[in-house]
Design a protein around this ligand. Structure first.
Ligand code: B4P
Length: 189
């Protein structure tokens, strides 16, 4: 079973590359951002709570995020493997993911970390904001998201390096070039 994490800062291209990878490798794509945005669209209780946090650039609490992830996984027991996009974002989420996969008698195959300078991340998200209508794609929230990434998510690189599972990939270039770089990493796993 191939289980991959696509890791990187906000706007690093996780969603963009996951869409291509799920086709190539026949994996089930879990984007926690997409799951949350769907709940916001439906205005569920959880969606309203998530909306308030996301529009300010904050993360959703780990316990809530884990409940959501477990639910998604339990509906896809027949998947050939998973692409985790935007998850984990904190150390407790990373530890919980290890346990969840262990319970399913499987494990992470590898982490692909998209490396993109902050100035480019900011530029991409501001551009997306012109058309996305996303409440978190404005300058103030983007800067907060970058700060949250630096403090809460980036330390996971050390966690996965220690496990020998982290593979950094240059995330600057055309979408196709980056896709080819990622594919080379995955093919070698
Ligand atoms: P996400 O949906 O994960 O959003 P993201 O980090 O902005 O997106 P991504 O990196 O996928 O960028 P994309 O490919 O779209 O999270 C949103 C929010 O949800 C978080 O801030 C948080 O509040 C909450 N959340 C999600 N998961 C959570 C968790 N596990 N725990 C707690 N909270 C959680 O690319 C961005 C833009 O760049 C696009 O416009 C794209 O077209 C462009 N682009 C992509 N590749 C490019 C390239 N090579 N060159 C030029 N432009 C490119």
């Amino acid at each position: 079973m191939l289980n991959i994490i696509i890791f990187g800062g906000p706007g690093s291209g996780k969603g963009t590359q996951s869409d291509l990878l799920k086709e190539k490798y026949g994996l089930f794509h879990i984007s926690t951002g997409d799951v949350l945005r769907e709940k916001i669209r439906k205005q569920t209780e959880l969606g309203k709570k998530a909306d308030a946090l996301i529009s300010k650039g904050n993360l959703i609490p780990d316990s809530l995020m884990l409940e959501i992830l477990e639910n998604v996984l339990s509906h896809h027991t027949d998947a050939k493997g998973f692409i985790f996009d935007g998850f984990p974002r904190t150390l407790p989420q990373a530890e919980a993911l290890d346990e969840l996969l262990q319970k399913r008698n499987t494990k992470l195959s590898g982490i692909v970390g998209l490396e993109v300078p902050e100035s480019i991340l900011e530029e991409r998200l501001l551009n997306r904001g012109k058309v996305s209508g996303r409440s978190d794609d404005n300058l103030e929230t983007i800067q907060k998201r970058l700060e949250v990434y630096r403090k809460q998510t980036e330390p996971l690189i050390g966690y996965y390096k220690q496990e020998g599972k982290f593979n950094g990939v240059d995330g600057v270039g055309s979408i196709e070039e980056i896709f080819n770089r990622i594919s080379t990493v995955i093919d070698a796993l």
